[in-house]
Design a protein around this ligand. Structure first.
Ligand SMILES: [Zn+2]
Length: 493
């Protein structure tokens, strides 16, 4: 029996504005799509927060026993500088400024993105598709939307006809906007636009001669509109209707609104059961912006090389800090707040260490089953990580009470407490076990020192074949021995 069969998970659906009971479209399977980064600069701390929210959601589904297909894309083309579809492609612009190939920009910042997420102990998604890898799929969707009468070709570009679509569907249902207001607020068509209405958005944009990212299409050489890639990649891997679509709050409009319109215009039905949006991260009470200096990169937190924080904070503490706010609340990052988190984090880790040393009793005076239930209730209530963390501290309080002889737990309950704490801290919240990692490092050091000792003995016995064999085979494993005056040391590559 899977864990999820006993749990009633409620998720806040941005589309209905309510928490709804989650039941997947296909029994035991969850399909989740999250809009990934546009890889034209180092990953922003606010984006890290969004992706972390969905990493925990992914982890909790896995913990419950679901088979999850988690798709998070890489936007490597089509995302223009602003939502009004003017300006350059973000990646093409960076490539022009740095005199690099667009794909060099994409590679550099995709690697940065993966490195930061790896440091923060993210699970990789099941599929990480790119926009440039799905140009054909995007063109197929455009053709279907044109055939269905909801898009038109104009001067080498193709636009989605928002007004026509709204006659039979509801454009604005996710963001709560209505088209009459949108039209009233944007009357001034500049006269040079190829669009019928200012609200129309590009499915395919004609590439001007200077535009370096370009592909052939039935409508001429150009590039896909940004909103289209997510429709193409989500439905390709998750089906025409899937369980969850997530992203940052800022993507609700126009990006996700346009995705819904594209799907409905293409297939005749809505793509997603649950729309989920993670709130933003601010720094010292203000919006983060490079231009004002109110800005910090994830790596600058880990190294301490910044002017915002008083010291360095480990990726684990940074992760713990972020999860102390609910994903739908604004998170205010500040020195005081992360210092407080670090204290809490240490208290949690110390409690876990103490747990191993507790002596079981014949009776339990605390209910571990009740406590465990509260942990699940927190996560089942729209992934409420701050409440879960409060419950984990309650578990630590139990440990201290037992240690002080004020309460008792049986061996079974102690083991249950330990398993649950580990499950929630490591598997669900994704806090890596630094202590275990350092224990592994200690063991490695012990083994290599033993090999060095055996090599010294071989040399003393003039068995140079064996001593060289030890050195060479360690080197093949990435461990280099260095002979010096003080004896032999080693480094791990
Ligand atoms: Zn997207």
């Amino acid at each position: 029996m899977k864990l999820y069969e006993n749990q009633s998970l409620k998720i806040y659906n941005s589309l209905s504005g309510e928490k709804e009971v989650f039941s997947p479209i296909h029994d035991g399977n969850v399909g989740m799509y999250v809009c990934g980064p546009t890889v034209y600069s180092n990953v922003h701390l606010g984006n890290v927060r969004t992706f972390m929210s969905f990493d925990v959601i992914f982890r909790y589904f896995l913990h419950l026993g679901y088979k999850v297909r988690y798709v998070r894309n890489i936007t490597d083309a089509g995302h223009l500088e602003n939502d009004a579809e003017v300006g350059e492609d973000r990646i093409a612009k960076k490539a022009r400024l740095e005199q690099l190939e667009p794909m060099e920009i994409v590679q550099r910042y995709t690697v940065d993105f993966h490195t930061i997420l790896h440091k923060l102990n993210f699970l990789p998604p099941s599929i990480e598709p790119t926009a440039t890898g799905h140009i054909i799929e995007q063109q197929e969707i455009i053709q279907k939307i044109i055939d269905n009468g909801f898009a038109y070709e104009s001067n080498g570009s193709v636009y989605f006809d928002v007004v026509k679509f709204n006659e039979t569907n509801h454009y604005g249902k996710l963001s709560g906007r209505n088209i009459e207001d949108m039209i009233a607020n944007t009357r001034d068509l500049d006269g040079v636009s190829d669009k019928k209405n200012p609200q129309d958005f590009a499915l395919w944009k004609k590439a001007e001669p200077q535009h370096i990212m370009r592909w052939p299409s039935p409508w001429g050489v150009g590039f896909p509109g940004w909103h289209l890639e997510c429709t193409a990649m989500s439905t390709k891997y998750l089906g025409e209707t899937f369980d969850i679509h997530g992203g940052g709050m800022d993507l609700k409009f126009p990006h996700h609104e346009c995705e819904i319109a594209q799907n409905e215009a293409c297939t005749g039905h809505s793509p997603v059961k649950f729309w989920m949006h993670a709130n933003m991260l601010i720094l010292n009470g203000k919006k983060m912006a490079k231009s004002t200096g109110n800005y910090i990169l994830p790596n600058e937190i880990f190294t301490g090389e910044n002017t915002i924080l008083s010291k360095a904070f480990s990726p684990n503490v940074t992760r713990f800090f972020m999860l102390q706010a609910h994903y739908r609340s604004v998170l205010d990052f500040s020195n005081d707040a992360i210092l407080a988190s670090e204290k809490g984090f240490n208290r949690l880790m110390e409690g876990m260490e103490l747990l191993d040393k507790l002596i079981p009793s014949s009776v339990s005076t605390l209910s571990i089953a009740e406590w465990k239930k509260s942990c699940y209730e927190a996560m089942n209530d729209d992934f409420n990580t701050p409440i879960l963390i409060a419950q984990l501290f309650e578990g630590i309080r139990y440990i201290n009470l037992v240690n002080d002889g004020k309460e008792t737990l049986t061996a079974n309950d102690l083991s249950e407490l330990k398993t649950s704490l580990k499950n929630f801290i490591h598997d669900v919240l994704g806090i890596s076990n630094e202590q275990e990692e350092s224990q592994h490092a200690d063991k490695l050091e012990g083994v290599v020192n033993l090999m060095i000792q055996m090599r010294n003995e071989a040399r003393a016995n003039k068995n140079f074949a064996l001593s060289d064999q030890i050195r060479d085979q360690l080197l093949a494993l990435g461990i280099q021995l260095k002979d010096g005056k003080e004896g032999t040391t080693f480094s791990v590559n």
